[in-house]
Write a protein that binds this ligand. Structure first.
Ligand code: ZN
Ligand code: ZN
Length: 1020
């Protein structure tokens, strides 16, 4: 006997029971230990940070991370799954700053780095419990007892080892470069971080600024064309270059203007002054009505000098110039009262917008910085790392973006502003704190990833991306445009950069780990087991091997993406320990995260693996799309449309949520979701499965069906079809999961479950219901049993809870030797001999024809239970006709018609023929009703009423009844003629005319215009 099944199941309750079972019997642990000698399948967990509550998007990635390892386990692999936590970096520091009410780094220094970092350490596990319980609740099997943690000394030391390897390969350097800098966080961002924070709708000033000309080249100054020479106007200070910018705050740092060599520059009169700028942009600048007095090529203007808008020496700001041949070293220049700057020509000058004259501030732009080096320009950096204006300007002390308005007002007052408007453009913001980034020249440590670009691209060719277009698209593009990885951060809570510098002779060293540091001469500030974080490591010094002076650590920490990218080796503290374990688990067979990680974790994994090990570290990756709300809007707290995973888990359950994530769309697509959508999945899929299962158990228990005793000979077309489909389903599911396509596999299962319920079970109902226990009934039971047990195994990776429930009841209750859990069982293997593709195709066609036939019946508004004489089918070929002919019993029964006919002619609808057409097919139902058919229809109606009465009287399915009836002559005739049929269908031992004393249940009806009273009474 199987355990009785409640048709009103609560999936959340069921799942909590299954969680207890897994926990009590250590099923997850067993699933790994039992396969300890099997081939390994390697999964890498991309580490989340536990300083916030996990959200619905975490559920998405975690269920995709779960489904493949579960499947591989059932395929016989050993799949260890080590959890991991990302614990360093800006996101963590920002949370703590928020908590302390800090707005900048000065406050942290004042508060104390030791205390600050202690708070960071605490905060990263603030939501650990929530993460662990959500992980368990959604059935994500992961070893959360033994996670790798990026803040552990062992993890840090492995990171140091990797950095020193790169150092030895000359892949690390310090560059004076313009980097995207977050003024609030006070640190550089890597280009992949910048990519996370672009905003399209940023409003900025669009400014046309006048630079007063000091000198023009003689040929230009004395040129007489247009009836004008400029020499006189220049000496009166009336001639200007007109340049354009959207970042007025960089203007005090201007040290040159760039023109295009071959473009035409026009001299345009305005009031009593002259503006020089590109002829092509006169119209756009709003001066289209004024013809140029004369034009010069950009190249002709080389040699011009102009006055700076702000002479840095007057505002207590240093003017520097790069030392010849020494990138990153600058000499401070002596003050000059009558300072002028030169113009240059450059090929980056565009004639698309602006004025064709580019304002150059080498301290604030990548292109500008480069132009500065190439043309020996001055370097004026009147902004500090917090983004505030330095010096003694009237706007000093202000944040750059806030100073814009003051600078413009000042220029306006001095007659140096031609015009200013607002534009909307794309501008980068800090992905963590939302502050506008500023491009800022400074010293930063780089990993020379661009030196290994070709290897990274070649390695990527060996990775299977799902969806495939990511490989050459998003990820491939990213690699093709690779720039060096700016990986140092001027921050506190992170893996400290293991580069020491000699204070005296300037020699650098990059020790590979604690042992190497311990062996240094004159070591100070080190103690065994010390916390390797700042500020403690900052006190560790040793003697310079060259000059004997003190080596001190560089103050930076490293990018937290380096940490997570180091997990393939750092999770094992490789190479200091676990060399064998590392070898066994490198590279990974499978990883999965959302698509934004193409520039995050996917990239840092791939870059480090290529640079350190000369090979990729993952073979297959499912790249997930983002989740939106039901209306397609981004979920956000301010919109109030965030879906809390727990709400869904408590109402619909984890299986429903998982199934939704797997089947609602391909993994890479954007996914809409709401709790209601998950409820629908529960109703449409899980309840269909459950009702079929519950149907089986109820009838199997009534008939004492014992599976596997004696396999009956399968003769029924229906059984042969189901067995065929089931074996085909095994092949399809196995193949698609093997191809990392849980969506395709899930959809196949879903359509099988639908056919199983809506065709097989419905068409077989009478076979289970009939009283004699013949071979046909046994065959129906074993077929359905086999389908349900196989389904439980196919579904185990997707919906592990309901799969376990079905397996425990259908398998474990009858076979104590079977594996203890469906997750310890092997994935089903198809028996291809049992697949009859003709019967699969034929039944599919029959289902289609029946669906059309039902539509034809419903169009004619004849009642469903009224038998009709005939269905006529127009199929596409004689082959199809034969297939349908062989299934004619199913079709006539399904459509409640007496006969089936075929035609190759077009059918015309008339009053006795209702026709439905679909593509090449036509199905017509003959609607003429003879008195005999009318009587039969009546009998069927009566059976239905009696069955409803049985239910409302609360009778069990197997209870026998006595049936009484009252009615006219016609009713009496029907009750007599169809007595056997009615008895069999309603389990009536007797059918009697009159009324019972006392009746259990009596009801009066009007059927086809006839009065009829029915009563039923339960038989003991
Ligand atoms: Zn920031
Ligand atoms: Zn030295």
């Amino acid at each position: 006997m199987f355990q009785p099944v409640n048709s009103k199941v609560s999936f959340p309750d069921l799942e909590r029971r299954i969680l207890d079972l897994w926990r009590d019997r250590k099923i997850f642990e067993q699933s790994i230990e039992a396969r300890s000698s099997s081939p390994r399948y390697i999964f890498y967990e991309g580490p989340p940070t536990a300083n916030g509550n996990p959200g619905i998007h975490h559920v998405l990635s975690r269920v995709f991370k779960d489904v493949i390892p579960r499947y591989k386990t059932m395929k016989g692999f050993c799949v260890p799954r080590k959890a991991g936590w990302d614990t360093h970096g800006l996101p963590v520091e920002l949370e703590v700053e928020k908590q302390l009410g800090f707005t900048g780094k000065a406050q942290i220094e004042e508060y104390g780095v030791a205390k600050f970092n202690a708070l960071c350490r605490e905060s990263v596990f603030k939501y650990l419990k929530q993460w662990d319980s959500l992980t368990e609740r959604i059935g994500f099997w992961l070893d959360i007892e033994h996670p790798y943690v990026t803040l552990d000394n062992s993890y840090i030391e492995s990171g140091w080892w990797a950095i020193s390897r790169l150092w030895n390969k000359d892949l690390i350097y310090q560059g004076y470069k313009v980097t995207p800098h977050c003024p609030r966080c006070g640190t550089s961002l890597s280009s992949h971080e910048v990519a996370l924070g672009y905003k399209d709708d940023t409003v900025d000033p669009s400014v046309y600024v006048k630079f007063r000309i000091h000198t023009l080249p003689p040929s230009v100054a004395s040129d007489k064309s247009g009836g004008l020479t400029l020499a006189d106007a220049v000496s009166k200070g009336k001639v200007y270059f007109l340049a354009w910018t959207t970042t007025p705050w960089t203007l005090p740092g201007n040290t040159s203007l760039a023109l295009a060599e071959d473009a035409d520059y026009a001299v345009i009169p305005l009031d009593d002054e002259y503006l020089i700028f590109a002829q092509a942009l006169v119209e756009q600048a709003g001066l289209g009505g004024r013809p140029a007095l004369k034009t010069f090529k950009g190249g002709q203007l080389v040699g011009s000098l102009y006055y700076p808008l702000y002479n840095p020496h007057e505002y207590d700001v240093e003017r520097k110039r790069a030392k010849e041949g020494q990138q990153g070293q600058f000499d401070v220049q002596e003050p000059v009262a009558d300072l002028t700057y030169k113009i240059i020509t450059a090929d980056f000058v565009s004639m698309e917008d602006g004025t064709g004259i580019v304002h150059i501030a080498p301290a604030f732009g990548e292109v500008d910085f480069q132009a500065g080096l190439e043309n020996n320009l001055d370097f004026v950096q009147q902004v500090d790392l917090a983004g505030n204006i330095t010096g003694t300007y009237s706007f000093s002390g202000k944040f750059v973006k806030d100073a814009d308005a003051d600078i413009l007002a000042d220029l306006e007052r001095r007659g140096l502003l031609y015009k200013t408007v607002k534009i909307t453009h794309t501008y980068p913001f800090c992905w963590r704190c939302d502050a506008p980034l500023v491009y800022y020249a400074k010293k930063t440590w780089y990993i020379r990833t661009s030196a290994r670009k070709d290897e990274m691209i070649a390695g990527n060719r060996r990775i299977n991306w799902y969806p495939e277009h990511i490989k050459e698209g998003r990820f491939g593009d990213w690699l093709n445009n690779n720039v060096d990885w700016a990986f140092s951060r001027e921050r506190y809570w992170g893996t400290p950069l293991n580069i020491w510098l000699c204070r005296k002779c300037g020699r650098y060293e990059c020790p590979s780990g604690v042992e190497e540091i311990k062996g240094k001469p004159g070591l100070q500030g080190y103690s065994d087991g010390m916390d390797l974080h700042r500020p403690y490591i900052d006190d560790v010094t040793y003697a310079c091997a060259a000059c004997g002076d003190t080596m001190v650590r560089q103050p930076e920490v490293i990018d937290c993406w380096f940490d997570s990218g180091a997990m393939p080796f750092a999770q094992w503290h490789y190479p200091f320990e676990n060399a064998e374990l590392f070898k066994q688990s490198f590279p990974a067979d499978y990883i999965s995260e959302a698509v934004d990680q193409t520039r995050g974790w996917f990239y840092s994994l791939h870059a480090l693996s290529t640079l350190v090990f000369d090979q990729p570290c993952f073979k297959n990756v499912i790249c997930l799309g983002h989740i939106l709300d039901a209306q397609g809007e981004k979920m956000s707290k301010t919109r109030g449309n965030v879906v809390d995973p727990w709400t869904v888990l408590d109402s619909s359950g984890a299986d429903a949520l998982r199934w939704y994530m797997f089947t609602s769309g391909p993994p890479g697509n954007v996914r809409r979701m709401s709790p209601d959508m998950v409820v629908e999945v529960m109703r449409n899929f899980l309840m269909t499965l459950w009702n079929t299962y519950s149907f089986f158990v109820i009838y199997a228990n009534i008939d004492n069906f014992v599976p596997g005793k004696k396999a009956p000979k399968v003769t029924s077309e229906l059984d042969r079809w189901l067995i065929s489909s089931l074996n085909q389903l095994i092949i399809d599911t196995d193949r698609q999961l093997g191809e990392y396509d849980p969506t395709g596999a899930g959809r196949k299962i879903e359509s099988f479950v639908s056919d199983l319920s809506n065709w097989y079970v419905r068409r077989s109902r009478r076979r289970f219901w009939k009283s004699q226990n013949d071979d046909d009934k046994l065959s129906a039971y074993s077929t359905l049993y086999q389908a349900l047990v196989t389904l439980s195994k196919l579904l185990a990776p997707f919906t592990p809870f309901v799969a376990e429930e079905i397996y425990q009841n259908l398998v474990r209750t009858v076979d104590k030797d079977a594996p203890e859990s469906v997750h310890l069982a092997l994935f089903p293997v198809a028996d291809e001999k049992l697949i009859d593709t003709d019967i699969i195709a034929g039944t599919e066609l029959a289902m289609k024809v029946c669906s059309m036939g039902r539509a034809a019946r419903s169009k004619s508004s004849v009642k469903v239970r009224q038998p009709l004489p005939k269905v006529v089918i127009k199929a596409r070929s004689s082959h199809e006709r034969e297939a349908l002919q062989s299934l004619c019993a199913q079709i006539t029964d399904e459509l409640n018609v007496k006969d089936i006919g075929f035609t190759s002619d077009e059918m015309q609808e008339d009053k006795n023929l209702s026709v439905i057409a679909e593509g090449d097919y036509q199905v017509g139902v003959v609607t003429e009703i003879s008195p005999e058919l009318l009587a039969e229809g009546l009998a069927r109606e009566i059976v239905r009423r009696l069955q409803t009465m049985r239910r409302s009287a609360g009778l069990e399915i197997a209870d026998h009844i006595r049936t009484y009836y009252e009615g006219g002559e016609q009713v009496q005739a029907v009750m007599k003629d169809f007595a056997d049929y009615i008895r069999q269908e309603t389990l009536s031992t007797e059918i009697l005319q009159g009324s019972s004393e006392p009746p259990v249940h009596t009801e009066k009806f009007r059927l086809a215009g006839l009065e009829i009273t029915l009563s039923i009474k339960k038989q003991k």
